[in-house]
Design a protein around this ligand. Structure first.
Ligand SMILES: [Zn+2]
Ligand SMILES: [Zn+2]
Length: 314
Protein backbone atom coordinates (compact mmCIF):
# COMPACT_ATOMS: atom_id res chain seq x y z
CA UNK A 1 0.00 0.00 0.00
CA UNK A 2 1.50 3.35 -1.03
CA UNK A 3 1.06 6.13 1.55
CA UNK A 4 -0.51 9.46 0.67
CA UNK A 5 2.67 11.40 1.48
CA UNK A 6 4.69 9.14 -0.85
CA UNK A 7 2.20 9.81 -3.63
CA UNK A 8 2.35 13.58 -3.01
CA UNK A 9 6.16 13.49 -3.15
CA UNK A 10 6.01 11.50 -6.39
CA UNK A 11 3.56 13.99 -7.94
CA UNK A 12 5.81 16.92 -7.04
CA UNK A 13 8.88 15.03 -8.27
CA UNK A 14 7.12 14.44 -11.59
CA UNK A 15 7.05 18.20 -12.16
CA UNK A 16 10.75 17.92 -12.92
CA UNK A 17 11.39 14.26 -13.73
CA UNK A 18 8.71 12.32 -15.58
CA UNK A 19 10.12 9.02 -14.28
CA UNK A 20 9.36 10.05 -10.70
CA UNK A 21 5.63 9.52 -11.31
CA UNK A 22 3.91 6.27 -10.45
CA UNK A 23 3.35 4.16 -13.56
CA UNK A 24 -0.04 4.18 -15.28
CA UNK A 25 -2.46 3.84 -12.43
CA UNK A 26 -5.88 5.05 -11.45
CA UNK A 27 -9.23 5.37 -13.11
CA UNK A 28 -9.73 7.08 -16.46
CA UNK A 29 -11.53 10.06 -14.93
CA UNK A 30 -9.16 10.46 -11.98
CA UNK A 31 -7.09 13.64 -11.79
CA UNK A 32 -3.72 14.24 -10.12
CA UNK A 33 -4.32 17.75 -8.79
CA UNK A 34 -0.80 18.28 -7.43
CA UNK A 35 0.96 17.42 -10.64
CA UNK A 36 -1.31 19.87 -12.43
CA UNK A 37 -0.42 22.89 -10.33
CA UNK A 38 2.18 24.19 -12.82
CA UNK A 39 -0.43 23.96 -15.62
CA UNK A 40 -2.89 25.95 -13.51
CA UNK A 41 -0.16 28.42 -12.51
CA UNK A 42 0.56 29.23 -16.17
CA UNK A 43 -3.14 30.05 -16.62
CA UNK A 44 -3.21 32.18 -13.47
CA UNK A 45 -0.04 33.90 -14.66
CA UNK A 46 -2.07 35.45 -17.50
CA UNK A 47 -3.78 37.63 -14.88
CA UNK A 48 -0.36 39.21 -14.42
CA UNK A 49 -1.14 41.50 -17.37
CA UNK A 50 -3.08 43.60 -14.84
CA UNK A 51 0.20 44.37 -13.07
CA UNK A 52 2.78 44.35 -15.85
CA UNK A 53 0.75 46.21 -18.47
CA UNK A 54 1.16 45.82 -22.18
CA UNK A 55 3.43 47.10 -24.93
CA UNK A 56 3.80 46.46 -28.67
CA UNK A 57 7.03 44.62 -27.81
CA UNK A 58 5.23 42.24 -25.45
CA UNK A 59 2.49 41.53 -27.99
CA UNK A 60 5.04 40.94 -30.76
CA UNK A 61 7.00 38.51 -28.56
CA UNK A 62 3.82 36.64 -27.53
CA UNK A 63 2.62 36.40 -31.16
CA UNK A 64 6.07 35.41 -32.46
CA UNK A 65 6.37 32.65 -29.87
CA UNK A 66 2.86 31.43 -30.75
CA UNK A 67 3.82 31.17 -34.44
CA UNK A 68 7.20 29.48 -33.92
CA UNK A 69 5.93 27.04 -31.31
CA UNK A 70 2.71 26.21 -33.15
CA UNK A 71 4.83 25.35 -36.18
CA UNK A 72 7.18 23.22 -34.07
CA UNK A 73 4.22 21.34 -32.57
CA UNK A 74 2.30 20.80 -35.80
CA UNK A 75 5.20 20.18 -38.19
CA UNK A 76 7.48 18.26 -35.86
CA UNK A 77 5.70 16.90 -32.76
CA UNK A 78 2.77 15.93 -34.96
CA UNK A 79 3.65 15.41 -38.62
CA UNK A 80 7.28 14.35 -38.11
CA UNK A 81 7.61 12.60 -34.74
CA UNK A 82 4.10 11.10 -34.72
CA UNK A 83 3.64 10.32 -38.43
CA UNK A 84 7.07 10.40 -40.10
CA UNK A 85 5.57 12.46 -42.91
CA UNK A 86 9.03 13.67 -43.94
CA UNK A 87 12.68 13.08 -43.09
CA UNK A 88 15.28 15.35 -41.53
CA UNK A 89 18.78 15.23 -40.01
CA UNK A 90 19.54 14.63 -36.37
CA UNK A 91 20.47 18.26 -35.70
CA UNK A 92 17.20 19.67 -37.11
CA UNK A 93 15.30 16.91 -35.30
CA UNK A 94 16.79 18.08 -32.01
CA UNK A 95 16.34 21.77 -32.77
CA UNK A 96 12.63 21.37 -33.51
CA UNK A 97 12.17 18.98 -30.59
CA UNK A 98 13.60 21.75 -28.37
CA UNK A 99 11.29 24.35 -29.93
CA UNK A 100 8.32 22.00 -29.50
CA UNK A 101 9.31 21.40 -25.88
CA UNK A 102 9.11 25.15 -25.16
CA UNK A 103 5.33 24.84 -25.67
CA UNK A 104 5.13 22.92 -22.35
CA UNK A 105 3.09 20.11 -23.91
CA UNK A 106 5.43 17.45 -22.49
CA UNK A 107 8.28 15.79 -24.38
CA UNK A 108 8.27 14.63 -28.03
CA UNK A 109 8.04 10.92 -27.18
CA UNK A 110 5.10 11.39 -24.82
CA UNK A 111 3.28 13.59 -27.34
CA UNK A 112 3.92 11.27 -30.31
CA UNK A 113 3.11 8.08 -28.42
CA UNK A 114 -0.26 9.30 -27.17
CA UNK A 115 -1.05 10.72 -30.59
CA UNK A 116 -0.22 7.41 -32.32
CA UNK A 117 -2.49 5.68 -29.81
CA UNK A 118 -5.25 8.14 -30.78
CA UNK A 119 -4.95 7.16 -34.45
CA UNK A 120 -5.05 3.44 -33.67
CA UNK A 121 -8.11 3.74 -31.41
CA UNK A 122 -9.74 6.97 -32.70
CA UNK A 123 -13.16 7.38 -31.08
CA UNK A 124 -13.12 3.91 -29.55
CA UNK A 125 -13.48 3.58 -25.78
CA UNK A 126 -9.67 3.19 -25.48
CA UNK A 127 -9.14 6.62 -27.11
CA UNK A 128 -8.15 8.76 -24.11
CA UNK A 129 -9.31 12.01 -25.69
CA UNK A 130 -12.36 11.02 -27.68
CA UNK A 131 -15.02 13.73 -27.33
CA UNK A 132 -17.57 11.24 -28.62
CA UNK A 133 -16.83 8.63 -25.93
CA UNK A 134 -15.73 10.71 -22.96
CA UNK A 135 -17.18 14.21 -23.46
CA UNK A 136 -15.71 17.62 -24.20
CA UNK A 137 -13.95 18.23 -20.87
CA UNK A 138 -12.02 14.94 -20.98
CA UNK A 139 -11.15 15.34 -24.67
CA UNK A 140 -9.90 18.91 -24.19
CA UNK A 141 -7.87 18.73 -20.98
CA UNK A 142 -9.18 16.02 -18.64
CA UNK A 143 -7.37 13.16 -20.37
CA UNK A 144 -3.83 14.37 -19.70
CA UNK A 145 -4.69 15.23 -16.11
CA UNK A 146 -5.31 11.53 -15.42
CA UNK A 147 -2.35 9.69 -13.86
CA UNK A 148 -2.94 6.78 -16.23
CA UNK A 149 -1.96 8.99 -19.19
CA UNK A 150 1.06 10.58 -17.55
CA UNK A 151 3.59 8.05 -18.80
CA UNK A 152 4.95 7.78 -22.34
CA UNK A 153 3.51 4.81 -24.24
CA UNK A 154 7.05 3.58 -24.90
CA UNK A 155 5.99 0.59 -26.99
CA UNK A 156 4.65 3.01 -29.63
CA UNK A 157 7.80 5.15 -30.01
CA UNK A 158 10.67 2.64 -29.91
CA UNK A 159 12.34 4.13 -32.99
CA UNK A 160 12.36 7.62 -31.44
CA UNK A 161 13.56 6.42 -28.02
CA UNK A 162 16.84 5.31 -29.69
CA UNK A 163 17.92 8.96 -29.60
CA UNK A 164 19.23 9.74 -26.10
CA UNK A 165 18.72 13.49 -26.61
CA UNK A 166 15.00 12.94 -27.30
CA UNK A 167 14.68 10.55 -24.35
CA UNK A 168 16.35 13.21 -22.15
CA UNK A 169 13.91 15.91 -23.29
CA UNK A 170 11.04 13.52 -22.65
CA UNK A 171 12.18 12.67 -19.14
CA UNK A 172 13.02 16.21 -18.01
CA UNK A 173 10.20 17.91 -19.88
CA UNK A 174 9.99 20.96 -17.60
CA UNK A 175 13.57 21.97 -18.24
CA UNK A 176 13.08 23.66 -21.63
CA UNK A 177 9.98 25.70 -20.64
CA UNK A 178 11.85 26.87 -17.50
CA UNK A 179 14.80 27.94 -19.66
CA UNK A 180 12.43 29.85 -21.96
CA UNK A 181 10.97 31.66 -18.93
CA UNK A 182 14.45 32.59 -17.74
CA UNK A 183 15.46 33.80 -21.22
CA UNK A 184 12.31 35.93 -21.55
CA UNK A 185 12.82 37.49 -18.13
CA UNK A 186 16.48 38.21 -18.89
CA UNK A 187 15.68 39.69 -22.33
CA UNK A 188 12.96 41.91 -20.85
CA UNK A 189 15.16 43.10 -17.98
CA UNK A 190 17.95 43.82 -20.45
CA UNK A 191 15.57 45.80 -22.70
CA UNK A 192 14.29 47.75 -19.69
CA UNK A 193 17.74 49.02 -18.82
CA UNK A 194 19.36 49.26 -22.27
CA UNK A 195 16.45 49.92 -24.67
CA UNK A 196 13.78 51.90 -22.77
CA UNK A 197 12.11 52.81 -26.09
CA UNK A 198 10.77 49.24 -26.18
CA UNK A 199 8.71 49.98 -23.03
CA UNK A 200 8.99 46.48 -21.68
CA UNK A 201 10.42 44.64 -18.66
CA UNK A 202 11.41 41.17 -17.52
CA UNK A 203 8.08 40.57 -15.78
CA UNK A 204 6.12 41.83 -18.80
CA UNK A 205 7.88 39.52 -21.26
CA UNK A 206 7.47 36.60 -18.84
CA UNK A 207 3.70 37.14 -18.57
CA UNK A 208 3.04 37.84 -22.27
CA UNK A 209 5.78 35.77 -23.90
CA UNK A 210 5.28 32.70 -21.75
CA UNK A 211 1.93 32.68 -19.93
CA UNK A 212 -0.37 34.34 -22.49
CA UNK A 213 1.31 32.80 -25.54
CA UNK A 214 1.48 29.31 -24.01
CA UNK A 215 -2.15 29.33 -22.85
CA UNK A 216 -3.30 30.38 -26.35
CA UNK A 217 -1.15 27.62 -27.79
CA UNK A 218 -2.56 25.09 -25.30
CA UNK A 219 -6.18 25.64 -26.13
CA UNK A 220 -5.65 25.93 -29.89
CA UNK A 221 -3.80 22.58 -29.83
CA UNK A 222 -6.32 20.91 -27.50
CA UNK A 223 -9.21 22.08 -29.69
CA UNK A 224 -8.13 19.53 -32.32
CA UNK A 225 -8.86 16.75 -29.82
CA UNK A 226 -12.11 18.24 -28.58
CA UNK A 227 -13.67 20.37 -31.35
CA UNK A 228 -12.25 18.77 -34.53
CA UNK A 229 -14.05 15.52 -33.74
CA UNK A 230 -17.33 17.35 -33.12
CA UNK A 231 -17.72 20.45 -35.31
CA UNK A 232 -17.19 20.70 -39.06
CA UNK A 233 -17.85 18.56 -42.10
CA UNK A 234 -16.74 15.15 -43.23
CA UNK A 235 -15.27 14.65 -46.71
CA UNK A 236 -14.23 11.07 -46.00
CA UNK A 237 -16.13 8.31 -44.25
CA UNK A 238 -13.34 7.51 -41.80
CA UNK A 239 -14.20 5.08 -39.00
CA UNK A 240 -13.86 7.92 -36.45
CA UNK A 241 -15.82 11.17 -36.14
CA UNK A 242 -13.04 13.51 -37.35
CA UNK A 243 -14.12 16.67 -39.18
CA UNK A 244 -12.69 19.40 -41.37
CA UNK A 245 -13.00 22.84 -39.83
CA UNK A 246 -11.57 25.93 -41.57
CA UNK A 247 -11.50 28.10 -38.41
CA UNK A 248 -9.54 25.51 -36.48
CA UNK A 249 -7.25 25.09 -39.49
CA UNK A 250 -6.41 28.81 -39.42
CA UNK A 251 -5.85 28.81 -35.67
CA UNK A 252 -3.64 25.72 -35.71
CA UNK A 253 -1.81 26.29 -39.00
CA UNK A 254 -3.60 23.50 -40.87
CA UNK A 255 -4.48 20.92 -38.22
CA UNK A 256 -8.18 21.72 -38.53
CA UNK A 257 -8.38 19.64 -41.75
CA UNK A 258 -8.68 16.78 -39.34
CA UNK A 259 -10.96 14.53 -41.39
CA UNK A 260 -8.44 14.74 -44.25
CA UNK A 261 -5.72 13.85 -41.77
CA UNK A 262 -7.51 10.80 -40.38
CA UNK A 263 -8.20 9.69 -43.96
CA UNK A 264 -4.49 9.74 -44.82
CA UNK A 265 -2.27 10.46 -41.77
CA UNK A 266 0.98 9.68 -43.60
CA UNK A 267 0.90 12.90 -45.66
CA UNK A 268 2.82 16.01 -44.63
CA UNK A 269 -0.14 18.10 -45.78
CA UNK A 270 -3.55 18.22 -44.16
CA UNK A 271 -5.13 20.74 -46.51
CA UNK A 272 -5.62 18.43 -49.49
CA UNK A 273 -6.67 21.14 -51.99
CA UNK A 274 -5.13 24.54 -52.68
CA UNK A 275 -7.98 26.39 -50.99
CA UNK A 276 -7.53 24.46 -47.75
CA UNK A 277 -5.03 26.76 -46.04
CA UNK A 278 -2.31 24.73 -44.34
CA UNK A 279 0.41 27.09 -43.08
CA UNK A 280 2.41 24.25 -41.54
CA UNK A 281 2.64 22.50 -44.91
CA UNK A 282 3.89 25.71 -46.55
CA UNK A 283 6.55 25.92 -43.83
CA UNK A 284 7.56 22.28 -44.40
CA UNK A 285 7.88 22.94 -48.16
CA UNK A 286 10.04 25.98 -47.37
CA UNK A 287 12.31 23.87 -45.18
CA UNK A 288 12.43 21.33 -48.01
CA UNK A 289 13.54 24.07 -50.39
CA UNK A 290 16.30 24.98 -47.92
CA UNK A 291 17.40 21.33 -47.73
CA UNK A 292 16.53 21.05 -44.01
CA UNK A 293 13.88 18.34 -44.59
CA UNK A 294 13.34 15.87 -47.44
CA UNK A 295 11.14 12.98 -48.59
CA UNK A 296 8.07 15.11 -47.87
CA UNK A 297 5.14 12.74 -48.34
CA UNK A 298 2.19 13.96 -50.39
CA UNK A 299 -1.28 12.49 -50.57
CA UNK A 300 -1.72 10.30 -53.67
CA UNK A 301 -4.34 11.73 -56.07
CA UNK A 302 -6.40 8.53 -55.96
CA UNK A 303 -6.55 8.71 -52.15
CA UNK A 304 -7.32 12.43 -52.14
CA UNK A 305 -10.03 12.18 -54.79
CA UNK A 306 -11.68 9.09 -53.33
CA UNK A 307 -15.38 9.68 -53.85
CA UNK A 308 -16.96 11.05 -50.68
CA UNK A 309 -19.18 8.40 -49.20
CA UNK A 310 -20.63 10.40 -46.36
CA UNK A 311 -21.48 14.01 -45.68
CA UNK A 312 -22.73 15.28 -42.38
CA UNK A 313 -22.58 18.66 -40.71
CA UNK A 314 -22.58 19.19 -36.97
ZN1 LIG B 1 -8.22 12.89 -34.29
ZN1 LIG C 1 -2.17 12.73 -36.40
Amino acid sequence: MISRSTRVRASIGAWFDARAAFPAAGQAGQIDAIRLLPFLAIHLGCAGILWVGVSPTAIAVAAGLYVVRMFAITAFYHRYFSHKAFQTGRGAQLLFALLGATAAQRGPLWWASHHRHHHVHADEVEDSHSALRHGMWRSHIGWFMAPRNFGTRSELVKSLARYPELAFLDRFDALVPILLCAALYAAGACAESHAPALHTSGRQLLVWGFCVSTVALYHATFSINSLAHRFGWRRYATRDSSRNNAWLALLTFGEGWHNNHHHYPAAARQGFYWWEIDVTYYGIKMLEGLGVVWDVRDVPDAVRDARPRETSAA
